[in-house]
Design a protein around this ligand. Structure first.
Ligand code: ADP
Length: 501
């Protein structure tokens, strides 16, 4: 029996499936009407009419079931390989059922026994349904929305791909021999180019272009049905290749995009936590000058109330209060700038001067506790480009920690030493050591973590901030020595490369 006359592919089915996937099952009647209209209008006999109704019903039921399953278990955006595999599987099964319905209807109309069902009929029906769906359904699914503002480069590249594909098609049409239809395999080159660059969107568009070319060539050359099937299989392979490639490219792009987003988030988080640390540090650092200012102010009040008090002492107390208030302001300003710019204000400073300034700020505390502070600063240390207020801050923190470690201890040796030496490469290395009790292993391990403290009123931020400041200067801060004889901290201040002589 002759069972030819089937088109090389069936576009209505591909568009119908896309409509069901996007619009839902309520569109089923419209898909049914689209599928039935042609056969109903062209039916030559009541038998043919009945066959067409049965065939259309079975076809739409099969594709409706496929759409239902795909809507349930796959994402119609075809964003991942598993969605594409689901589409291929669903299409394979539904195309088998609809091809069987079509062949059955023909056998029925022509009064042949089902045992005569030729496999070639089934194969041709199946492949033309498969191609119709795999070429057109992804076209609709992947291109539902236009890309937002494509870049100029992308537009130029897409135009280039279009020129290559259409030029190749034109060339193939101009070639005289029918054997040259094999050269259609060349179309795989622009197809892969498009899929690699434009993902599943591009793949679905180039598949339509290639398919149109092949249909035109097959029609123009009035090919034998068995030859048509051969080209349909090539088309199927090409379609699957470009779709799989396109989805892989889209998946990788999405993964890269997600990675970038996550990195951005991380950067934002760490900036926020730095700002949080800074805010806590501000509270920590301001506490000292503010309470010192309060002490000076109270002293001034007492002197003021005393009859015959020494005006010079009153003046000194007021100066002390003013100095401390000024220092509080400076701390706020520096920290605000540090957060705002994320940078440090490097100016050339003598390390000895910075140490001297820091000592002046803790001198009264040390004196009260009966602690001697020894300083040894090597003259060979050059001026360094540093933020003096911040380095002062580091020294004050280390010195205050040392003083607080010594305070509760009695005994003769209550000494803190500050030693600064050149580091051998144009910078300096500074050590702050005490003769206190040292640290236990647990405390030493968590030393630089924010909020780790052993002090009842401590915040555990001092050393964390110190390390941040030293690292922002390109240096390191570490626990250099620890034992029952006391502990020592060291930090380096490297010379910034080529900035200062
Ligand atoms: P805070 O001083 O607010 O507690 P720090 O970060 O300055 O926070 O110090 C964390 C902890 O490290 C302190 O609570 C203390 O236990 C320990 N520590 C720091 N310096 C010394 C030191 N010189 N001797 C002994 N312990 C120290």
């Amino acid at each position: 029996p002759r069972l030819d006359g089937m088109g090389p592919f069936d576009p209505a089915l591909g568009l119908g499936l896309a409509a069901l996937l996007l619009g839902g099952m309520r569109l089923l009647p419209f898909v049914l009407a689209g599928e039935m209209a042609g056969p109903l209008l062209h039916a030559a006999s009541p038998l043919a009419l009945a066959a067409a109704i049965v065939q259309g019903g079975v076809t739409v039921l099969a594709w409706g079931a496929a759409a239902l399953a795909l809507r349930r278990w796959a994402d119609p955006r075809l964003g991942a390989q598993r969605d594409l595999v689901a589409l291929i599987l669903g299409a394979t099964l539904a195309a088998l059922v609809s091809a069987a319905a079509e062949c059955g209807a023909r056998l029925w109309v022509e009064g042949l026994s089902p045992a005569l069902l030729p496999w070639s009929c089934l194969l041709r029906g199946w492949i033309s349904d498969m191609i119709g769906v795999l070429v057109l359904t992804p076209l609709v699914l992947a291109n539902r929305s236009l890309p937002l503002a494509p870049s100029r480069g992308a537009v130029v590249e897409a135009a280039g791909q279009g020129v290559v594909a259409v030029g190749l098609l034109w060339l193939l049409f101009r070639l005289p021999s029918a054997a040259n239809l094999q050269l259609y395999d060349l179309l795989v080159l622009p197809a892969i180019w498009v899929a690699v660059r434009f993902g599943v969107r591009g793949a679905s568009i180039i598949n339509v272009v290639v398919q149109i070319g092949i249909v035109a060539a097959v029609t123009a050359q009035a090919m034998e049905p068995d030859d048509v099937v051969l080209y349909q299989f090539r088309m199927l392979v090409l379609t699957l290749t470009t779709l799989v490639l396109g989805v892989a490219v889209a998946e990788r792009r999405r993964a890269e995009h997600e990675l970038r987003q996550r990195q951005d988030q991380l950067a934002r988080c760490s900036r926020l936590s730095l700002a949080g640390e800074m805010a806590a540090a501000l509270a920590h650092e301001l506490n000292q000058p503010l309470s010192a200012a309060l002490t000076y102010a109270r002293a001034a009040q007492r002197l003021f109330d005393q009859a015959g008090a020494d005006p010079a002492r009153l003046r000194a107390a007021l100066d002390g209060a003013a100095d401390q208030a000024e220092r509080a302001g400076l701390i706020i300003r520096t920290l605000r700038e540090f957060i705002g710019r994320g940078a440090i204000d490097r100016q050339p400073h003598a390390v000895a001067a910075v140490i001297r300034d820091a000592l002046a700020l803790v001198a009264s505390e040390a004196e009260r506790a009966g602690i001697r502070i020894d300083v040894a600063c090597d003259r060979a240390i050059p001026s360094l480009a540093i933020d003096s207020v911040q380095i002062q801050q580091v020294l004050v923190n280390l010195l205050r920690n040392a003083i607080e470690a010594l305070e509760p201890r009695g005994g003769a040796r209550r000494v803190v030493s500050v030693v600064a030496v050149p580091d051998g490469s144009g910078g300096a290395e500074v050590e702050v050591a005490d003769s206190g009790p040292g640290l236990d292993a647990d405390a030493a391990a968590r030393l630089f973590q924010p909020f780790s403290t052993t002090k009842p009123s401590g915040m555990g931020l001092g050393l964390a901030i110190c390390r941040t400041i030293i690292e922002a200067h390109g240096g390191r801060l570490w626990l250099a020595g620890n034992g029952p004889g006391g502990c020592s901290f060291r930090f380096t201040l490297p010379a910034p490369a080529g900035e200062w002589e």
